[in-house]
Design a protein around this ligand. Structure first.
Ligand code: ADP
Ligand code: MG
Length: 254
């Protein structure tokens, strides 16, 4: 569903992403991990068509750069690491923005667009917030609204850049379980980045470890979340314990 080949991205004169290869199968959940500045967000932004790149990115049978903006928005929905919040915008209207790629140019939203927004608000338990201004919501509530907008877009591919970093562990689990449920129900393909390694491993089918703009390891959580790889690339001492849904990564003082 997503095929990235020899991806190279230059920003401000520096090679930030250097020869990245990445595949995400239809319906699969792949999570990119890696230290701060490794290039995780940049790779995700490239797949979302938001940053110029060299190499190739294909979505299904189509090269990303052959899609129009509108086609792209119908194919993939992004939740950015810190989305810009339009001032004074109501939650309902913000989620409705997700329907834009389905509304004809110069046209108005249809009853089915509004029904889709209502459904997504219900699924994410956000109905009570529909009439609130976005900036009055807590970080966690807002994060659910960002996700709602992406889901309202009804794209087959979901790009999530640290979707749970602003959330307490309860809401983290709730959001990730929800994404996983929707993935099963709607057949979504998920490419995410995440900081919490244990959680990342529990939800991903496969993981990619990025360091200095290069893929340094890829595979199942068990293959990627090893004390040795994490020590080398994060300069951290951890204990990796066998868990119910994958390895539990516990930092240990040196
Ligand atoms: P991550 O998400 O893994 O923390 P990013 O993809 O956000 O990392 O950034 C990777 C590197 O690219 C960082 O060193 C960052 O400073 C650099 N970078 C990001 N945007 C720009 C830019 N516009 N100009 C120059 N460097 C940038
Ligand atoms: Mg990032």
């Amino acid at each position: 569903m997503i095929a990235v080949r020899d991806l190279r991205i230059r920003l401000g004169g520096a090679l930030i992403v250097d020869g990245v290869e990445l595949d995400v199968a239809d319906g699969e959940w792949v999570t990119i991990i890696g230290p701060n500045g490794a290039g995780k967000s940049t790779v995700l932004r490239a797949v979302g068509g938001l940053v110029p790149y060299e190499g190739s990115i294909a979505l299904g049978d189509t090269a990303l750069d052959r899609l129009t903006r509108r086609e792209r928005a119908r194919t993939l929905a992004t939740v950015a690491q810190s989305p810009v919040v339009p001032p004074a915008m109501l939650v309902y209207d913000y989620v409705l923005l997700g329907r834009s790629p389905h509304i004809p140019p110069l046209g108005r939203e249809s009853a089915s667009d509004l029904a889709q927004v209502d459904e997504v608000l219900a699924v994410l338990d956000l109905e009570a917030f529909a009439g609130r201004r976005l900036e009055t919501l807590s970080g966690g509530e807002r994060q659910r609204v960002f996700l709602a907008r992406a889901l309202a877009q009804e794209a087959r591919i979901l790009l999530l850049d640290e979707p749970t970093s602003a959330l307490d562990i309860g809401h983290q689990q709730e959001v990730l379980e929800l994404v996983d449920r929707l993935r099963a129900e709607r057949g979504l393909t998920v490419l995410a980045t995440m900081h919490d390694l244990t959680t990342a491993g529990e939800y991903a089918d496969r993981m990619v470890l990025l360091s200095g703009g290069r893929v340094v390891a890829k595979g199942t959580a068990r293959e990627v979340l090893t004390a040795e790889l994490l020590a080398r690339h994060y300069r951290v001492r951890v204990r990796v314990i066998d868990g119910e849904h994958g390895p539990l990564v516990v930092p240990v003082r040196r």
